[in-house]
Every structure is written in C-alpha cells, then in structure tokens.
Ligand binder design. Structure first.
Ligand SMILES: C[S@@+](CC[C@H](N)C(=O)[O-])C[C@H]1O[C@@H](n2cnc3c(N)ncnc32)[C@H](O)[C@@H]1O
Length: 283
C-alpha cells in the first residue's frame, strides 16, 4: 500500500511525464498509456476524470511501471499488448514487438493471395503470430502454418490465435523448414532476424529488451535470410511466392540470393519511412 499523499490523475500524469523526460521521447503519451493500463480505462475516461484522486493500489502499480519505463523497458512489454493489423496481440519479452513496417509485408501478401480459394501459407519465425494472424484473418479460406524455433514464442502466438478466434492456423516448433519436409506452400512469408551480430543498435532502445533470437543473424545479418531463400524453392508450389522482410540496406544482397536460387525477383517494397523493407520473388 502507498504512503503517498493524495494525488489526482491529472497531477499523476504530469509528475510521471517529468520522471520520464530523460528516458522517453514521448513521456506524456507513455504516462497516459500506462495509467490507462493500470486503471483499465480508455483515454477518454482518463481525460474527463483528471480531478479524481488515485486509489492507493493504483498508485503503487503505476509507480512501479514508471520506474521500469525509466530504465527503457518498452511500453508493449509493460502493458503486455501491441496492436498489429487491427489485432490486439499479447506480447512478452519472449517475442519481438510487432512493428508497423511489417504491415507492408502483410499488405503485399494480400495482393498475392486470392480470397476465394483454399491456399497454403507459411509464416517462418512467427513470434507473436503477427503476420500469420493477419493473413489468417483476411483470408479465412487459407490454411496458415506458423513456425518458430522458440516454444515460448509459439505459446504467445497460440494464445493470440485463440483470442482472435482464428482456427485456420497451425503452429509448429521448427528450425526454419526442418519440421516441414515434403510440404509445399503457395506463399512463404518471413520476417526473420536480420541484424548483424555486434551491431551497436542491439544495445539501444527497445532492442535491448527484445530476444536476441528474434534480432541477430550471423556476422552480416543475412544468415537466416540466406537459409530461407536457399530452402524456399523446395517448399513452394508452382507459381508460389516468397516474401521476406529485411534490413533497409539488404535489398541488393537479398536480390542476389534470390537470383542465385533461380527465383525471379519481382520487386522490393518500401516501408513507412520510404526505406527498402521487403522483397518478393516468384518461383
Ligand atoms: C524478427 S522476429 C519476427 C516475429 C514476427 N514474425 C513479427 O514479424 O513480428 C523473428 C522470429 O524468428 C524466430 N526464429 C529465429 N531463429 C529461428 C529458427 N532457426 N527457426 C525458426 N524461427 C526462428 C524468432 O524466435 C523470432 O520469433
């Protein structure tokens, strides 16, 4: 229980904003989101109840979250949720926090996937299930196979599929294609780890708190992409497509890898910051 003097929600937000000033670029938004989370109320409620005095137990919970945020812990891990493609996904430190840029991959996948027939889709490295769930939701006739080598990630992805009431996804623990021998798909989508080991970005911002397995991939960041692109032709149906997310500076390397496998590279798509972000190849 808190021994703090009484404080209104508006003053609490103001105080937290100052506490977060050095550790966050969005201190007021962070404070509001964390208080909404503690109170389990929407922002509109918070804004119209600013004069209300905070309950002592809410104060304790909120102060604990602010202290964690001051160390840089991502908001999504503090609230346990992140929105992606209008799905509210549970997230934990076992999974990458889904990025808005990955919605570009989903958009392009949907251009390729017919809505009126049964098709087979593979999501490699599903993490929270972001890509698999978005595609399963938009293409109810599709069967989506979602794989990850992390059982903890698969548990989160399964939970998200259950919450979203999506039944057209199966989850498989697999080191990339290893558990999929003999299986072929109309579309293989992947957002694999693609940061070079030792890249200084791994020690900054949200990345410090996200799983290494989801981020780093060999000395050049291309280890997973190389493996996926090499193996994809063995798992694509005739006229199948491979769509992979990659680093903004990996467009040419990915194109070369696709060419080496005899895949006809169609094009590279840009993300919300207008940077090259995902590449498509057809078999
Ligand atoms: C960049 S995260 C992508 C997560 C999710 N698809 C998304 O877009 O938010 C990469 C994922 O690949 C998984 N992964 C890493 N190595 C793997 C492997 N050898 N086989 C299968 N999955 C792997 C990680 O556990 C992680 O969930």
């Amino acid at each position: 229980m808190s021994n703090e003097p009484e404080i209104s929600y508006a003053d609490l937000i103001q105080r937290a904003k100052q506490q977060l000033y050095d550790s966050s670029e969005t201190p007021r938004i962070d404070a509001e989101v964390l208080l909404q989370h503690v109170l389990n109320k929407p922002l509109a409620w918070l804004l119209t109840h600013g004069d209300q005095i905070a309950e002592p137990e809410h104060l304790v919970d909120f102060n604990a979250l602010i202290a964690r945020r001051q160390t840089g812990e991502p908001i999504a891990y503090l609230t346990g949720v992140r929105e992606f493609w209008s799905l509210e996904l549970a997230v934990s430190p076992a999974v990458l926090i889904p990025r808005p840029d990955t919605e570009v991959l989903v958009e392009q996948a949907l251009v390729l996937l017919p809505a009126d027939r049964a098709i087979k889709v593979l999501d490699l490295g599903t993490g929270s299930g972001a890509i698999a769930l978005a595609l399963a939701k938009e293409r109810p006739l599709a069967t989506v196979t979602a794989v990850d080598s992390s059982m903890a990630a698969l548990d989160i992805a399964r939970l998200n599929a259950t919450t979203a009431q999506l039944k057209n996804i199966e989850f498989i623990k697999s080191d990339w294609f290893s558990a999929l021998e003999g299986q072929r798909f109309n579309l293989i989508a992947a957002n694999p780890p693609y940061v070079a080991e030792g890249d200084p970005h791994l020690g900054r911002g949200d990345l410090r708190f996200e799983p290494d397995l989801a981020l780093a991939s060999g000395a050049d960041g291309l280890q997973a992409l190389r493996h996926i692109i090499e193996q994809a032709p063995n798992h694509l149906e005739d006229n199948g497509a491979l769509l992979v997310e990659h680093g903004y500076d990996q467009e040419d390397a990915v194109a070369r890898l696709m060419d080496q496998q005899g895949l006809s590279r169609k094009r590279c798509f840009r993300d919300l910051n207008d940077l090259p972000r995902c590449s498509l190849a057809l078999i």
